[in-house]
Design a protein around this ligand. Sequence first.
Ligand SMILES: Cc1cc2nc3c(=O)[nH]c(=O)nc-3n(C[C@H](O)[C@H](O)[C@H](O)COP(=O)(O)OP(=O)(O)OC[C@H]3O[C@@H](n4cnc5c(N)ncnc54)[C@H](O)[C@@H]3O)c2cc1C
Length: 395
Amino acid sequence: MKIGIIGGGPAGMMAAIEASKNHQDITIIDNNTSLGRKLGATGGGRGNLTNKSVVPELYKSSSNFHYKELILQYNYQFLYEYFNSIGLITYHTDDGWVYPVSNSAKNIAEFLSNRVEASGVKIINNLFVEEIKLEKNSFLLKTKSTEKFTFDKLIIATGGKAYPQLNSSDHMLNIVQKLGHHIISSQPALAPIETTKQSTSLLNGVRFDATVSLITNGQRKGVNFGNMIFTEWGVNGPAVMNLSHFFHAEQGKVELNIDCFSGLTKELLDVFQTQKHQLLYINLLPFFPSKLINQLFKNSSLSKNISTKEFYQQFQHKLRSFFTLNERVIAVRDFSFAQISTGSVRATETDPQTLQSKINPGIHFAGEILDVIGPCGGFNLHWAFVSGIVAGKYV
Ligand SMILES: Cc1cc2nc3c(=O)[nH]c(=O)nc-3n(C[C@H](O)[C@H](O)[C@H](O)COP(=O)(O)OP(=O)(O)OC[C@H]3O[C@@H](n4cnc5c(N)ncnc54)[C@H](O)[C@@H]3O)c2cc1C
Protein backbone atom coordinates (compact mmCIF):
# COMPACT_ATOMS: atom_id res chain seq x y z
CA MET A 1 0.00 0.00 0.00
CA LYS A 2 1.54 3.34 -1.08
CA ILE A 3 0.52 6.31 1.07
CA GLY A 4 1.05 9.90 -0.08
CA ILE A 5 0.86 12.82 2.35
CA ILE A 6 0.56 16.27 0.80
CA GLY A 7 1.71 19.04 3.16
CA GLY A 8 4.41 18.69 5.80
CA GLY A 9 3.12 20.99 8.55
CA PRO A 10 2.23 19.73 12.04
CA ALA A 11 -0.80 17.83 10.67
CA GLY A 12 1.14 16.14 7.86
CA MET A 13 4.10 15.28 10.08
CA MET A 14 1.91 13.71 12.80
CA ALA A 15 -0.03 11.81 10.11
CA ALA A 16 3.28 10.45 8.78
CA ILE A 17 4.54 9.38 12.23
CA GLU A 18 1.25 7.66 13.05
CA ALA A 19 0.75 6.05 9.63
CA SER A 20 4.28 4.59 9.74
CA LYS A 21 3.11 2.31 12.59
CA ASN A 22 0.98 0.36 10.06
CA HIS A 23 2.48 1.13 6.64
CA GLN A 24 5.91 0.78 5.05
CA ASP A 25 5.70 2.91 1.92
CA ILE A 26 4.90 6.50 2.86
CA THR A 27 5.94 9.69 1.04
CA ILE A 28 5.40 13.22 2.34
CA ILE A 29 5.49 16.04 -0.22
CA ASP A 30 5.79 19.70 0.80
CA ASN A 31 6.45 22.83 -1.25
CA ASN A 32 8.73 24.41 1.39
CA THR A 33 12.46 23.96 1.85
CA SER A 34 11.90 22.04 5.11
CA LEU A 35 8.96 20.52 6.96
CA GLY A 36 7.07 22.55 9.56
CA ARG A 37 8.06 26.04 8.34
CA LYS A 38 4.88 27.63 9.75
CA LEU A 39 5.10 25.59 12.95
CA GLY A 40 8.55 27.15 13.43
CA ALA A 41 7.00 30.64 13.45
CA THR A 42 4.23 29.93 15.95
CA GLY A 43 3.69 31.39 19.42
CA GLY A 44 6.03 34.32 18.75
CA GLY A 45 8.79 31.76 18.09
CA ARG A 46 8.06 29.81 21.30
CA GLY A 47 5.47 27.38 19.83
CA ASN A 48 2.22 27.44 21.79
CA LEU A 49 1.55 23.77 20.97
CA THR A 50 -1.73 23.06 22.77
CA ASN A 51 -3.82 24.26 25.71
CA LYS A 52 -4.94 22.61 28.95
CA SER A 53 -8.48 23.92 28.31
CA VAL A 54 -9.09 22.19 24.98
CA VAL A 55 -12.83 21.43 24.77
CA PRO A 56 -15.08 21.14 21.67
CA GLU A 57 -17.11 24.20 22.76
CA LEU A 58 -14.14 26.47 22.04
CA TYR A 59 -13.91 25.39 18.38
CA LYS A 60 -16.04 26.83 15.57
CA SER A 61 -16.94 25.77 12.04
CA SER A 62 -18.94 27.65 9.41
CA SER A 63 -21.94 25.57 10.56
CA ASN A 64 -22.28 23.24 13.58
CA PHE A 65 -18.93 21.94 14.87
CA HIS A 66 -18.56 18.51 13.26
CA TYR A 67 -15.65 17.05 15.26
CA LYS A 68 -16.95 17.21 18.85
CA GLU A 69 -16.34 13.53 19.63
CA LEU A 70 -12.90 13.65 18.08
CA ILE A 71 -11.82 16.57 20.30
CA LEU A 72 -13.32 14.89 23.38
CA GLN A 73 -11.30 11.74 22.68
CA TYR A 74 -8.10 13.39 21.46
CA ASN A 75 -8.02 15.99 24.21
CA TYR A 76 -5.15 17.78 25.98
CA GLN A 77 -4.30 14.75 28.14
CA PHE A 78 -4.11 12.55 25.05
CA LEU A 79 -1.74 14.93 23.24
CA TYR A 80 0.35 15.52 26.37
CA GLU A 81 0.93 11.75 26.70
CA TYR A 82 1.52 11.37 22.95
CA PHE A 83 4.14 14.13 23.05
CA ASN A 84 5.81 12.49 26.07
CA SER A 85 5.86 9.14 24.27
CA ILE A 86 7.94 10.62 21.44
CA GLY A 87 10.15 12.70 23.76
CA LEU A 88 8.52 16.10 23.20
CA ILE A 89 8.41 17.52 26.71
CA THR A 90 6.23 20.55 27.45
CA TYR A 91 5.27 22.92 30.25
CA HIS A 92 2.25 25.15 30.70
CA THR A 93 1.70 28.72 31.89
CA ASP A 94 -0.75 29.55 34.73
CA ASP A 95 -3.47 30.19 32.15
CA GLY A 96 -2.94 26.79 30.50
CA TRP A 97 -0.98 27.72 27.34
CA VAL A 98 1.44 24.87 26.57
CA TYR A 99 4.98 25.33 25.20
CA PRO A 100 8.00 23.07 24.61
CA VAL A 101 10.53 23.28 27.44
CA SER A 102 13.08 24.70 24.96
CA ASN A 103 10.65 27.57 24.19
CA SER A 104 11.66 27.12 20.57
CA ALA A 105 9.07 26.42 17.87
CA LYS A 106 11.84 25.96 15.29
CA ASN A 107 13.39 23.22 17.44
CA ILE A 108 10.07 21.38 17.49
CA ALA A 109 9.70 21.63 13.71
CA GLU A 110 13.19 20.15 13.32
CA PHE A 111 12.49 17.53 16.01
CA LEU A 112 9.26 16.33 14.35
CA SER A 113 10.81 16.37 10.89
CA ASN A 114 13.57 14.14 12.26
CA ARG A 115 10.99 11.80 13.80
CA VAL A 116 9.22 11.56 10.42
CA GLU A 117 12.50 10.64 8.72
CA ALA A 118 13.40 8.14 11.47
CA SER A 119 10.01 6.44 10.90
CA GLY A 120 11.19 5.50 7.41
CA VAL A 121 8.98 8.05 5.62
CA LYS A 122 10.35 9.49 2.36
CA ILE A 123 10.42 13.30 2.48
CA ILE A 124 10.23 15.39 -0.70
CA ASN A 125 10.68 19.15 -0.20
CA ASN A 126 10.32 22.05 -2.66
CA LEU A 127 7.58 20.34 -4.64
CA PHE A 128 4.13 21.81 -5.20
CA VAL A 129 1.23 19.48 -5.99
CA GLU A 130 -0.73 21.09 -8.83
CA GLU A 131 -3.43 18.53 -9.44
CA ILE A 132 -4.78 15.17 -8.27
CA LYS A 133 -6.19 12.76 -10.84
CA LEU A 134 -8.41 9.87 -9.86
CA GLU A 135 -7.23 6.73 -11.59
CA LYS A 136 -8.67 3.25 -11.19
CA ASN A 137 -8.06 2.53 -7.46
CA SER A 138 -5.24 5.08 -7.19
CA PHE A 139 -4.41 8.80 -7.16
CA LEU A 140 -1.97 10.39 -9.60
CA LEU A 141 -0.35 13.67 -8.50
CA LYS A 142 0.64 16.29 -11.06
CA THR A 143 3.77 18.26 -10.12
CA LYS A 144 6.68 19.96 -11.93
CA SER A 145 8.85 16.89 -11.21
CA THR A 146 9.54 14.32 -13.91
CA GLU A 147 9.00 11.64 -11.25
CA LYS A 148 5.53 10.06 -11.39
CA PHE A 149 3.69 10.02 -8.06
CA THR A 150 0.91 7.45 -7.81
CA PHE A 151 -0.56 6.50 -4.43
CA ASP A 152 -3.19 4.05 -3.21
CA LYS A 153 -4.24 6.42 -0.44
CA LEU A 154 -3.75 10.11 0.24
CA ILE A 155 -3.68 12.34 3.29
CA ILE A 156 -4.21 15.99 2.38
CA ALA A 157 -2.76 18.34 5.03
CA THR A 158 -1.94 21.47 3.05
CA GLY A 159 -3.09 24.00 5.66
CA GLY A 160 -4.59 27.35 4.68
CA LYS A 161 -3.75 30.65 3.04
CA ALA A 162 -2.64 32.57 6.15
CA TYR A 163 0.94 33.83 6.30
CA PRO A 164 1.88 33.68 2.58
CA GLN A 165 5.41 34.78 3.62
CA LEU A 166 6.00 31.05 4.22
CA ASN A 167 4.54 29.91 0.86
CA SER A 168 1.12 29.05 2.28
CA SER A 169 -1.41 28.31 -0.42
CA ASP A 170 -5.06 27.36 -0.68
CA HIS A 171 -4.66 25.98 -4.22
CA MET A 172 -5.56 22.54 -2.84
CA LEU A 173 -9.13 23.79 -2.32
CA ASN A 174 -9.49 24.19 -6.12
CA ILE A 175 -8.13 20.67 -6.56
CA VAL A 176 -10.50 19.03 -4.08
CA GLN A 177 -13.40 21.06 -5.47
CA LYS A 178 -12.68 19.48 -8.87
CA LEU A 179 -12.78 16.11 -7.10
CA GLY A 180 -16.36 16.83 -6.02
CA HIS A 181 -16.00 18.49 -2.60
CA HIS A 182 -17.76 21.70 -1.58
CA ILE A 183 -15.36 24.26 -0.21
CA ILE A 184 -15.58 27.31 2.03
CA SER A 185 -13.70 30.29 0.63
CA SER A 186 -10.55 31.64 2.31
CA GLN A 187 -10.71 34.71 4.54
CA PRO A 188 -8.12 35.80 7.10
CA ALA A 189 -8.96 34.65 10.67
CA LEU A 190 -7.22 35.21 14.02
CA ALA A 191 -6.11 38.51 12.50
CA PRO A 192 -5.80 42.07 13.85
CA ILE A 193 -8.65 44.50 13.14
CA GLU A 194 -8.39 47.96 11.56
CA THR A 195 -10.63 50.62 13.11
CA THR A 196 -11.38 54.31 12.58
CA LYS A 197 -9.53 55.10 15.88
CA GLN A 198 -12.11 57.79 16.68
CA SER A 199 -12.33 56.89 20.37
CA THR A 200 -8.87 55.33 20.83
CA SER A 201 -6.54 57.89 19.20
CA LEU A 202 -4.49 58.36 22.41
CA LEU A 203 -3.89 54.66 22.97
CA ASN A 204 -1.14 53.68 20.49
CA GLY A 205 1.17 51.16 22.16
CA VAL A 206 -1.15 50.59 25.14
CA ARG A 207 -1.91 47.00 26.19
CA PHE A 208 -4.51 45.79 28.73
CA ASP A 209 -7.16 43.11 29.39
CA ALA A 210 -10.74 43.87 28.37
CA THR A 211 -14.00 42.25 27.32
CA VAL A 212 -14.40 42.91 23.60
CA SER A 213 -17.64 42.39 21.64
CA LEU A 214 -18.11 42.50 17.89
CA ILE A 215 -21.45 44.16 17.12
CA THR A 216 -23.11 44.21 13.71
CA ASN A 217 -26.06 46.52 13.15
CA GLY A 218 -26.66 46.53 16.92
CA GLN A 219 -26.43 42.73 17.33
CA ARG A 220 -23.62 41.11 19.33
CA LYS A 221 -21.97 38.44 17.11
CA GLY A 222 -19.08 37.42 19.36
CA VAL A 223 -17.50 38.29 22.70
CA ASN A 224 -14.07 37.58 24.18
CA PHE A 225 -12.11 38.51 27.29
CA GLY A 226 -8.34 38.82 27.05
CA ASN A 227 -5.31 40.90 26.27
CA MET A 228 -5.42 43.57 23.57
CA ILE A 229 -2.91 46.01 22.11
CA PHE A 230 -3.70 49.34 20.44
CA THR A 231 -1.78 50.32 17.31
CA GLU A 232 -1.79 53.27 14.91
CA TRP A 233 -4.22 51.40 12.58
CA GLY A 234 -6.47 49.62 15.09
CA VAL A 235 -6.29 46.75 17.56
CA ASN A 236 -4.32 43.54 17.94
CA GLY A 237 -3.95 40.77 20.56
CA PRO A 238 -5.88 37.57 21.38
CA ALA A 239 -9.10 39.25 22.60
CA VAL A 240 -9.56 40.91 19.21
CA MET A 241 -8.05 38.28 16.90
CA ASN A 242 -10.48 35.69 18.29
CA LEU A 243 -13.36 37.81 16.93
CA SER A 244 -11.95 38.58 13.47
CA HIS A 245 -13.67 35.67 11.69
CA PHE A 246 -17.08 37.11 12.65
CA PHE A 247 -16.42 40.18 10.50
CA HIS A 248 -16.42 38.70 6.99
CA ALA A 249 -19.91 37.28 6.85
CA GLU A 250 -21.33 40.60 7.96
CA GLN A 251 -22.64 43.58 6.06
CA GLY A 252 -23.46 47.02 7.40
CA LYS A 253 -22.13 48.80 10.46
CA VAL A 254 -19.63 46.72 12.44
CA GLU A 255 -18.33 47.97 15.79
CA LEU A 256 -15.99 46.81 18.50
CA ASN A 257 -17.24 47.44 21.99
CA ILE A 258 -14.28 47.42 24.40
CA ASP A 259 -15.35 47.14 28.05
CA CYS A 260 -12.37 48.06 30.27
CA PHE A 261 -14.41 47.76 33.46
CA SER A 262 -15.34 44.07 33.34
CA GLY A 263 -12.21 42.51 34.83
CA LEU A 264 -12.13 44.96 37.74
CA THR A 265 -15.75 45.55 38.72
CA LYS A 266 -15.60 44.69 42.42
CA GLU A 267 -12.23 46.30 43.15
CA LEU A 268 -13.16 49.55 41.38
CA LEU A 269 -16.53 49.79 43.12
CA ASP A 270 -14.81 49.28 46.50
CA VAL A 271 -12.42 52.13 45.77
CA PHE A 272 -15.30 54.37 44.67
CA GLN A 273 -16.96 53.74 48.06
CA THR A 274 -13.88 54.13 50.25
CA GLN A 275 -12.00 56.92 48.44
CA LYS A 276 -14.95 59.22 47.65
CA HIS A 277 -13.08 62.44 48.30
CA GLN A 278 -10.13 61.75 46.04
CA LEU A 279 -10.16 62.94 42.45
CA LEU A 280 -11.51 60.25 40.14
CA TYR A 281 -8.40 60.60 37.96
CA ILE A 282 -6.13 59.76 40.94
CA ASN A 283 -8.28 56.78 41.99
CA LEU A 284 -8.04 55.30 38.50
CA LEU A 285 -4.22 55.44 38.37
CA PRO A 286 -3.66 52.08 40.16
CA PHE A 287 -6.14 50.38 37.78
CA PHE A 288 -5.39 51.56 34.25
CA PRO A 289 -2.54 52.85 32.06
CA SER A 290 -2.53 56.68 32.17
CA LYS A 291 -3.08 56.91 28.39
CA LEU A 292 -6.31 54.95 28.83
CA ILE A 293 -7.48 57.18 31.71
CA ASN A 294 -6.84 60.26 29.55
CA GLN A 295 -8.77 58.66 26.69
CA LEU A 296 -11.76 57.87 28.95
CA PHE A 297 -11.87 61.47 30.17
CA LYS A 298 -11.54 62.79 26.60
CA ASN A 299 -14.33 60.54 25.28
CA SER A 300 -16.73 61.50 28.09
CA SER A 301 -15.76 65.22 28.05
CA LEU A 302 -15.47 65.10 31.87
CA SER A 303 -13.14 67.49 33.67
CA LYS A 304 -10.10 65.86 35.27
CA ASN A 305 -10.98 67.79 38.43
CA ILE A 306 -14.12 65.79 39.09
CA SER A 307 -14.15 64.08 42.48
CA THR A 308 -15.01 60.41 42.78
CA LYS A 309 -18.14 61.29 44.74
CA GLU A 310 -19.40 63.69 42.06
CA PHE A 311 -18.58 61.21 39.31
CA TYR A 312 -20.37 58.40 41.12
CA GLN A 313 -23.48 60.52 41.65
CA GLN A 314 -23.61 61.36 37.94
CA PHE A 315 -22.62 57.96 36.54
CA GLN A 316 -23.69 55.27 39.01
CA HIS A 317 -26.42 53.98 36.67
CA LYS A 318 -24.23 54.11 33.54
CA LEU A 319 -20.79 53.33 34.94
CA ARG A 320 -20.01 50.83 32.20
CA SER A 321 -20.57 53.42 29.48
CA PHE A 322 -17.78 55.62 30.94
CA PHE A 323 -15.38 52.66 30.83
CA THR A 324 -16.37 51.46 27.34
CA LEU A 325 -14.61 52.37 24.10
CA ASN A 326 -16.67 52.00 20.90
CA GLU A 327 -14.73 51.71 17.68
CA ARG A 328 -16.06 51.38 14.12
CA VAL A 329 -14.39 48.48 12.26
CA ILE A 330 -12.88 49.24 8.86
CA ALA A 331 -11.47 45.82 7.94
CA VAL A 332 -9.71 42.71 9.13
CA ARG A 333 -6.00 42.82 8.23
CA ASP A 334 -4.96 40.63 5.30
CA PHE A 335 -3.57 37.06 5.16
CA SER A 336 0.00 38.17 5.87
CA PHE A 337 -1.13 39.23 9.38
CA ALA A 338 -3.48 36.28 10.01
CA GLN A 339 -2.67 33.12 11.98
CA ILE A 340 -5.17 30.94 10.14
CA SER A 341 -7.64 31.19 7.28
CA THR A 342 -11.25 30.11 6.99
CA GLY A 343 -10.77 28.39 3.59
CA SER A 344 -11.58 24.73 3.97
CA VAL A 345 -13.23 21.51 2.90
CA ARG A 346 -16.82 21.26 4.13
CA ALA A 347 -16.64 19.28 7.39
CA THR A 348 -19.80 17.24 6.80
CA GLU A 349 -18.18 15.71 3.70
CA THR A 350 -15.70 13.89 5.99
CA ASP A 351 -16.21 11.05 8.45
CA PRO A 352 -15.91 12.79 11.85
CA GLN A 353 -14.13 9.80 13.41
CA THR A 354 -11.60 8.89 10.70
CA LEU A 355 -11.41 12.14 8.68
CA GLN A 356 -11.86 10.13 5.48
CA SER A 357 -13.57 11.88 2.59
CA LYS A 358 -17.14 10.74 2.01
CA ILE A 359 -16.84 11.92 -1.60
CA ASN A 360 -13.52 10.22 -2.43
CA PRO A 361 -12.89 7.26 -0.12
CA GLY A 362 -9.13 6.75 0.10
CA ILE A 363 -8.47 10.44 0.77
CA HIS A 364 -8.16 11.63 4.38
CA PHE A 365 -7.89 15.28 5.44
CA ALA A 366 -6.05 16.74 8.43
CA GLY A 367 -5.29 20.14 9.94
CA GLU A 368 -6.30 23.60 8.84
CA ILE A 369 -7.71 22.45 5.48
CA LEU A 370 -10.73 21.23 7.46
CA ASP A 371 -13.44 23.63 8.61
CA VAL A 372 -12.18 24.22 12.17
CA ILE A 373 -11.33 27.51 13.87
CA GLY A 374 -9.94 27.53 17.41
CA PRO A 375 -9.13 30.64 19.46
CA CYS A 376 -5.57 31.90 20.13
CA GLY A 377 -3.76 29.90 22.81
CA GLY A 378 -2.60 26.63 21.19
CA PHE A 379 -6.02 25.39 20.04
CA ASN A 380 -5.23 25.43 16.30
CA LEU A 381 -1.97 23.53 16.66
CA HIS A 382 -3.82 21.08 18.92
CA TRP A 383 -6.29 20.50 16.09
CA ALA A 384 -3.49 20.14 13.53
CA PHE A 385 -1.61 17.61 15.70
CA VAL A 386 -4.57 15.43 16.70
CA SER A 387 -6.32 15.48 13.31
CA GLY A 388 -2.97 14.44 11.79
CA ILE A 389 -2.72 11.55 14.25
CA VAL A 390 -6.31 10.46 13.42
CA ALA A 391 -5.78 10.64 9.65
CA GLY A 392 -2.52 8.68 10.00
CA LYS A 393 -4.17 6.08 12.21
CA TYR A 394 -7.12 5.39 9.90
CA VAL A 395 -5.48 5.78 6.48
C1 LIG B 1 2.57 33.64 12.73
C2 LIG B 1 1.71 32.49 13.20
C3 LIG B 1 1.71 32.13 14.53
C4 LIG B 1 0.90 31.08 14.97
N1 LIG B 1 0.96 30.72 16.29
C5 LIG B 1 0.20 29.69 16.72
C6 LIG B 1 0.31 29.22 18.06
O1 LIG B 1 1.17 29.68 18.83
N2 LIG B 1 -0.52 28.22 18.47
C7 LIG B 1 -1.44 27.65 17.62
O2 LIG B 1 -2.20 26.77 18.04
N3 LIG B 1 -1.52 28.02 16.33
C8 LIG B 1 -0.71 29.01 15.86
N4 LIG B 1 -0.77 29.36 14.53
C9 LIG B 1 -1.64 28.56 13.62
C10 LIG B 1 -0.93 27.25 13.21
O3 LIG B 1 0.36 27.57 12.71
C11 LIG B 1 -1.72 26.49 12.16
O4 LIG B 1 -3.00 26.20 12.70
C12 LIG B 1 -1.03 25.18 11.79
O5 LIG B 1 0.26 25.42 11.26
C13 LIG B 1 -1.84 24.39 10.76
O6 LIG B 1 -1.15 23.20 10.52
P1 LIG B 1 -1.33 22.39 9.16
O7 LIG B 1 -0.35 21.27 9.22
O8 LIG B 1 -2.74 22.11 8.92
O9 LIG B 1 -0.88 23.43 8.00
P2 LIG B 1 0.55 24.17 7.74
O10 LIG B 1 1.32 24.32 8.98
O11 LIG B 1 0.18 25.40 6.98
O12 LIG B 1 1.29 23.16 6.79
C14 LIG B 1 0.83 22.88 5.49
C15 LIG B 1 2.03 22.67 4.57
O13 LIG B 1 1.57 22.25 3.28
C16 LIG B 1 2.27 22.97 2.27
N5 LIG B 1 1.46 23.01 1.05
C17 LIG B 1 0.34 23.74 0.81
N6 LIG B 1 -0.14 23.48 -0.43
C18 LIG B 1 0.71 22.56 -0.98
C19 LIG B 1 0.73 21.92 -2.23
N7 LIG B 1 -0.21 22.11 -3.16
N8 LIG B 1 1.76 21.06 -2.49
C20 LIG B 1 2.73 20.81 -1.55
N9 LIG B 1 2.72 21.41 -0.32
C21 LIG B 1 1.72 22.28 -0.05
C22 LIG B 1 2.44 24.34 2.93
O14 LIG B 1 3.46 25.11 2.30
C23 LIG B 1 2.82 23.94 4.36
O15 LIG B 1 4.21 23.68 4.46
C24 LIG B 1 0.05 30.39 14.06
C25 LIG B 1 0.06 30.76 12.72
C26 LIG B 1 0.88 31.79 12.29
C27 LIG B 1 0.87 32.17 10.82
